[in-house]
Design a protein around this ligand. Sequence first.
Ligand SMILES: Cc1cc2nc3c(=O)[nH]c(=O)nc-3n(C[C@H](O)[C@H](O)[C@H](O)COP(=O)(O)O)c2cc1C
Length: 355
Amino acid sequence: MAVVTHDGDSLPRALQTPLLELLGCEVPIMNAGMGGVARSELAAAVCNAGGFGCLGMVRESASRITEEVTRLRARTDRPFAVNLIPAATAPALLEQQVETCLELDVPAITLFWDVDRDLVKELKQRSVLVLHQVGSRADAQHALRAGADVLIAQGAEAGGHVRGDVSTLALVPELAAMARVPVVASGGIATGAGLVAALALGAQGISCGSLFLATREANAHPAHQRRICDAHAEDTLHTYRFYRNWPMAAATRVLPNGITRGDYDHLRGLREPPVIGEQDGQPVYLFSTDSPLRDATGGVTAMALYAGQSCGQIDTILPAAACIRQLLEQARSALDQLQHDTIGKAPADSIGRAC
Ligand SMILES: Cc1cc2nc3c(=O)[nH]c(=O)nc-3n(C[C@H](O)[C@H](O)[C@H](O)COP(=O)(O)O)c2cc1C
C-alpha cells in the first residue's frame, strides 16, 4: 500500500524506511536539536510537515524545557524529541533536565557527545526512545551497548560541534553495517539527492542542522541565516576557538569571523572574557559556544556562526514545511534519474565539446 504524506503525495518506496514507524513520523527527515535555534516553533513546523521535530535544549533550565514542550504540544500532536548533551551540562542541571523530560512524558531524547551509559539505560527503563548522535565507530559501539534505539551518524562535514573526523559518506555505511538499529545520516546534507544518497549508504533517514537553521521558524539571528545562504562548503572552518561554556576542548564547524581570524586571541584564557552581546536576557561572552539567536544584540557577527558544509546547498530562507516539500521533490527526481540511468551521461551532441 502506498504511504501518503499529509500533503497528499505518495512517498516513494525507497523513502519508506522502518525508522518512520519507530519515530511515528511520515517522512525520514529530522531537524537537528540545535541549542537555542531549534525551539518549539521550528520543531512543531517540522512535525506538522511530516518530519521528526527535535527541540535543542542543551544546558536549558527545567522551566525552559517545560515551556518549550508545552508550546510544542500546543502546535502539534505528533511525536518529537528533546536534545540534551550530558558532557556539556553540569550534573545537577542535567538531572533536573532529565527529570523534567520524564515528568513531561517526552517520547524521545537525542543525546550527543560522550555516551552517558547510565543515562541511556535510565531512559530506556522509563520507555523513552533514545537516539544517540555519534561521530565514530567507537562511540557507536558505546551507544549500542548502552541500549540506544537509533544512531545518528554525524560526519565531519557537520555544522556546530563536530564529534569525529570521518566524513558522512564513509561513516554511515560503516555504522549501518555494524548496527542492528536504524542509522540516521547527519552532516553535509541539505538536498533530496543527499537524502537519497544517505539511504543508498544504508541510512534510514537524515538529520539536518544548517538547512533548518535557514528557515523562518528557526530561532536564529537573521545575520547568521544570511551568512549560511551566501556561503559555500569551502568557506566553513573546523576550529577549536569557541570554548566558553564547554567543559572540554571540542571542535566546531563555523563560518569565519573575527574570532576565527584571531582578532581576539590576546583575550583568550581570561577568567572573565568581555561580554559581546545579549540574548535570551543573558550576556553572551567572547569565545562562547552559543550561536546568535533571533533576539541577539551587540556583536552578533563575533558569535559562533555554526554552519555545515551543507551551506553550499542552501541559498534561501524558507518555511520549514516548504523545505521538507523541496527535499521530497528533489528526492523523487533523484530517484527517477537513477532509475532511468541518466545520471552522469553527457547528451550525445555534447560529446567532444566538453572541456
Ligand atoms: C547552529 C547549530 C547548533 C547545533 N547545536 C547542536 C546541539 O545543541 N546538539 C546537538 O546534538 N547537535 C547540535 N548541532 C549539530 C547537529 O546535530 C548536526 O550534527 C549538524 O547540524 C549536521 O550538519 P549540517 O549542519 O550540515 O546539517 C548543531 C548544529 C548547528 C548548525
